[in-house]
Design a protein around this ligand. Structure first.
Ligand code: NDP
Ligand code: MG
Length: 386
């Protein structure tokens, strides 16, 4: 915290869906938060506008070809400007930063998260791919450096909130709710013909393109099962997914006595973002409230593992352990990118991921270098099949 007792934050991926909503939370409570650094990949105009508005100490653009434009646009302000992925890995270690919000998408979030933990920064974790790829390594590092990993993902924030005051009580199971995505009621045959535009139309949440596709395949929920294992230390067999199309209950915990606690709210990511940043306090907010008079019903159904095999792959990868979740993540990133370029069909994604799992070099106790090698190897393999 700085001298005014504000929490000093760095936002990795400030131009994305989570990044911009994090900045809205800062605007809601300027007395509590100060933005030290913001980073983006290539959307330089958005980054410039954010920098002019929030006046951070530093901005970083991963795409080095955009450096001159960024530097010139901010020349009249005392803001340090950097470019390149390594600069993102370095900026997170700056002394004044208290919390790093990891709102970058994909495997690229792994190394900056590791650097931030080693520098003793609290992590507000949005980038679930980091926990999918290297959950054990990240959890061990966070324990060693005594840094908290505060969940931003709405389901994990819900569980985290349900666990407040329950530290000595045995958890019987975690119940992750899933909206079911845009294709919840589709058959496997119907899924063969769905388009990119249909897949990008999520019923309840407005999110970046990659996670929106992951939600449509239910890979997102599978990743959240893996994320929950590492965040809360619960085995995969004790993590259940329940489809709840209204996205009002964000997740639940069942305790040793059979009692179930749930956390509810509007589907608004600013809530879990704000809780991660203000934890253990709750701050006032002007965000919309749930209106129970207008909620006609809350419904629940079991997920269909045959229609949505990606969910099954995630459970399988978690049970196998080692580098298998990393394999699934790498193949998935390549598949989602190819689907978004309209190079492959929706159902090709699960086929390619399954093939990657069968073809991968399995490693039971991977190091960071093994994860980097697995990621590179599987990307190349999957690109070849596409
Ligand atoms: P977006 O695609 O909207 O934003 C991604 C951000 O990361 C952008 O700022 C982007 O920069 C930057 N970025 C992308 N790739 C790189 C890279 N290689 N190097 C550096 N920066 C990069 O994603 P979301 O905000 O939707 O998601 C971010 C993360 O949060 C994901 O891991 C997602 O799973 C997770 N999450 C998101 C939720 C949501 O509601 N959106 C909910 C729960 C979790 P640029 O703008 O320049 O491309
Ligand atoms: Mg989620």
């Amino acid at each position: 915290m700085n001298s005014e007792n504000k929490r000093v934050i760095a936002i990795l991926g400030s131009t994305g869906s989570i990044g911009t909503q994090t900045l809205q939370v800062v605007e809601e409570h300027p007395e509590c938060f100060e933005v030290y650094a913001i980073t983006a990949n290539q959307r330089v105009d958005d980054l410039i506008a954010q920098a002019r508005k929030f006046k951070p100490e530093a901005v970083v653009i991963a795409d080095e070809t955009k450096y001159t434009q960024l530097k010139e646009a901010l020349a009249d302000l005392p803001i340090k400007v950097y470019a390149g992925y390594e600069a993102i890995c370095q900026i997170v270690t700056s002394a004044p930063i208290d919390i790093v919000v990891t709102a970058m998408v994909g495997f690229a979030g792994l190394r900056p998260t590791i650097e931030a933990i080693k520098a003793g920064k609290a992590i507000a974790l949005a980038n679930k791919e980091t926990m999918v790829v290297a959950g054990e390594l990240i959890t061990n590092l966070a324990n060693r450096y005594r840094v908290p990993i505060l969940p931003v993902d709405s389901e994990h924030s819900a569980i985290f909130q349900c666990l407040a005051g329950e530290s000595n009580n045995r958890i019987e199971k975690l119940i992750l709710t899933a909206s079911g995505g845009p294709f919840r009621t589709y058959t496997a045959e119907q899924l063969e013909g769905v388009t990119k535009a249909q897949a990008l139309r999520h019923p309840n949440w407005s999110m970046g393109a990659k996670i929106t596709i992951d939600s449509a395949t239910m890979m997102n929920k599978g990743f959240e099962v893996i994320e929950a294992k590492w965040l809360f230390g619960i085995e995969g067999k004790d993590i259940e997914v329940v489809v709840h199309p209204q996205s009002v209950i964000h997740s639940m915990v069942q305790f040793a006595d059979g009692s179930v606690k749930a956390q509810l709210g509007t589907p608004d990511m600013r809530l879990p973002i704000m809780y991660a940043l203000s934890y253990p306090s709750r701050l006032d907010s002007s965000f919309p409230r749930l209106d129970f008079g207008k909620l006609q019903q809350l419904t629940f159904e079991s997920p269909n593992f045959d229609t949505f095999p990606c969910l099954r792959f995630a459970y399988d990868a978690l049970a196998m352990g080692g580098n298998m979740p990393c394999v699934v993540n790498a193949a998935n990133e390549i598949c989602v990118a190819a689907f978004l370029r309209e190079k492959i069909k929706f159902t090709d994604m699960s086929r390619i991921i399954e093939r990657a799992m069968q073809s991968a070099n399995f490693k039971i106790n991977p190091t960071l270098d093994d994860y980097l090698a697995t990621d590179a190897e599987i990307r190349k393999m999957a690109e070849g099949w596409i």
